[in-house]
Design a protein around this ligand. Structure first.
Ligand SMILES: [Zn+2]
Ligand SMILES: [Zn+2]
Length: 231
């Protein structure tokens, strides 16, 4: 699926708020215990990585951006992993030329992929809040989601006052807070069981799902970064 660029809809009001309803609804329909926003985030990252090495890399506008912004270590590793060696070599060659010519760029840290993903994510957050506000069917999907990771909890909380009314914002924040609290209580109990298993007096018992206590806590605290496919 081709995802339209959020900038194309910036000045079109309502259109901007509903353009991503399909992928958002699809992701919130899945209740596998993973964060539904991470699922969207990871897909945006994959799309941005494909886009970076695709035909767009021959367009001067796009190259101006990759030349100036470069890539963070995580996304550079993901680009290398894609094994499109010629496009990547061309992109890196002109990026390094830019760094040679400009101290401003040499002394600043940025990433074209992070930048592109974050542009889309901002539009996704608006769209999620718009769906929560206007559609009962989405509100039910939202309520059925057991977990929104910490980074996406923070991002949605920050976006809420700009999208929701003064009355709606505290209702949304309460829902977000309750969801996080319920999940964190489970994580905390699971970590306690895991820690206790190191005590020789309790050794030998089957840890079951608590074996993953640290990984589950990290998935909540770090969000999309914990997935090896995150880029
Ligand atoms: Zn998440
Ligand atoms: Zn990056």
């Amino acid at each position: 699926m081709i995802i339209p660029c959020p900038n194309a809809f910036e000045k079109r009001g309502r259109m901007k708020e509903t353009i991503y309803s399909i992928p958002i609804n699809e992701s919130f329909e899945i209740t596998d215990g993973q964060c539904p926003v991470c699922r969207l985030h990871l897909r945006l990252t994959e799309d941005a990585l494909d886009y970076t090495l695709g035909p767009a890399m021959m367009e001067p506008d796009m190259r101006q951006r990759t030349n100036a912004l470069g890539f963070c270590p995580e996304h550079l590793a993901a680009l290398i992993h894609r094994q499109k060696r010629l496009p990547l070599a061309l992109i890196l060659e002109t990026h390094i030329q830019t760094l040679l010519k400009s101290e401003k760029h040499l002394f600043s840290e940025s990433c074209y992929v992070c930048d592109r993903v974050s542009g889309f994510l901002t539009a996704y957050y608006s769209n999620i809040l718009h769906l929560w506000r206007t559609e009962d069917s989405f509100r039910q999907k939202w309520d059925a989601q057991p977990m929104i990771c910490r980074p996406h909890t923070v991002a949605l909380a920050a976006a809420a006052p700009g999208e929701l009314s003064r009355k709606e914002t505290p209702v949304f924040l309460a829902s977000l807070g309750q969801k996080a609290a319920a999940h964190m209580r489970g994580l905390s109990e699971s970590l306690a069981v895991f820690i206790r298993s190191f005590d020789h007096r309790f050794a030998g018992g089957d840890l079951g799902e608590h074996r993953q206590a640290v990984q589950n806590a990290a998935a909540f605290l770090s969000g999309p970064k914990t997935n090896p496919q995150a880029g």
